[in-house]
Design a protein around this ligand. Structure first.
Ligand code: AMP
Length: 343
């Protein structure tokens, strides 16, 4: 069988050169499915797991199709969290580097004014969280006349965070003639309803079966905790496992604060991430974790989205999450990009 490459899918050298430097030598299965359809302007509903390479699956065709000379945004990407918005901005800027593609991220708890002036300048692609994007639309600071593609990413999460009404309000502002791509790890009926109302009737549906190639290699185990002080046990576990890079998930900010100060006092190089911190602090912590300056991170679910750090060796659920999907997303922070992981 002939090997499928980005070139054989019609991706231009400007983009493949950037993919090479990112070490994306071959399209992942989800990319092999999506890219040809996306280049053909089809509407696509995709059920796929995190870590499958789906950001590039839509990011590559978007970069390929962007018209550099057009100053108004040509694609809008909606995502559930700020971290994910920042991550996607970086991913797409890397893919579109040689085409000099400009990506603007717009999310809450960050200066509206700065975003407004960024949006006034050339922005080929805009990625943001529903609340802030809607605000820009209501204030007239985001022009959507030239939007050709709408991407709804991690829709299951937007649904469980209660963002769907805002997503629908945003869609009402957009040109009717457009391409819509929807990505979700699961497909509850509410998402099928969205697809029915907002996507073309002949949209393509892609379900990536869990195959070895698509399923991360994560070894999972649990520890029964009875009356023991849990923090002490966690410290013992970290000492025995000695992870290279580890994220500890808790259900609330209060528990994050408690675990962070307990482990820091014990001399563990740790910092924390939760929704109550201001954006600059969150970005600083993420950056330190990404570049490996920080080996341990304790976080709420806010952080389980968009932490695209390839080398997380261990994920610990300090609290059992309330929802099944949270569990999948938390553990999915390890075993990424073909590596193995421990949860
Ligand atoms: P995602 O599912 O978009 O979160 O991507 C998961 C990880 O796979 C990210 O770290 C990407 O940088 C990486 N990735 C995406 N596409 C490729 C590819 N074609 N080859 C190798 N790594 C990739």
């Amino acid at each position: 069988m002939k090997k499928i490459t980005f070139e054989s899918m019609g991706i231009s050298s400007e983009i493949t050169k950037a993919l090479d430097s990112l070490r994306y030598y071959q399209p992942t299965p989800v990319q092999q499915e999506i890219i040809p359809l996306a280049l053909n302007n089809e509407d696509i509903l995709t059920e796929s797991q995190t870590g499958s390479g789906k950001t590039a699956a839509y990011g590559i065709p978007l970069c390929e199709q962007v018209i550099w000379e057009e100053n108004k945004p040509q694609a809008l990407i909606l995502v559930p969290t700020r971290e994910l918005a920042m991550q996607i901005k970086e991913d797409i800027m890397n893919i579109g580097r040689f085409k000099r593609i400009k990506v603007t991220a717009a999310f809450g708890k960050s200066s509206f004014k700065t975003q407004k002036s960024e949006l006034k300048q050339k922005s080929h692609i805009v990625v943001g969280t529903p609340g802030r994007i809607l605000e820009h639309l209501q204030e007239g600071t985001l022009n959507v006349d030239e939007i050709k593609s709408l991407i709804l990413d991690e829709v299951d999460e937007m649904l469980s965070m209660g963002f769907i009404q805002q997503v629908e309000d945003i869609i009402d502002y957009l040109p009717k003639e457009r391409q819509t791509m929807l990505f979700s790890a699961i497909m509850p009926s509410e998402i099928e309803r969205l697809a029915f109302f907002y996507m073309k009737k002949d949209h393509k549906t892609i379900k990536m079966e869990k195959s070895e190639e698509n399923t991360p290699d994560i070894s999972q185990s649990y520890i029964r905790v009875q009356d023991l002080p849990k923090e002490k046990l966690l410290l013992a576990l970290l000492t025995i496992e000695n992870p290279d890079t580890c994220i500890i998930f808790c259900n609330t900010r209060e528990v994050v604060d408690k675990v962070d100060s307990y482990l820091a006092k014990a001399g563990i190089p740790i910092d924390k991430l939760h929704g109550g911190m201001d954006q600059d602090d969150r970005s600083d912590v993420m950056q330190e974790f990404r570049i490996g300056k920080l080996r341990y991170l304790v976080a709420t679910d806010v952080a389980s989205r968009g932490i695209d750090v390839d080398n997380v060796t261990h994920v610990i659920n300090y609290n059992v999450p309330f929802e099944n999907e949270s569990f999948t997303h938390r553990t999915g922070r390890t075993g990424r990009a073909g590596k193995t992981g421990v949860a």
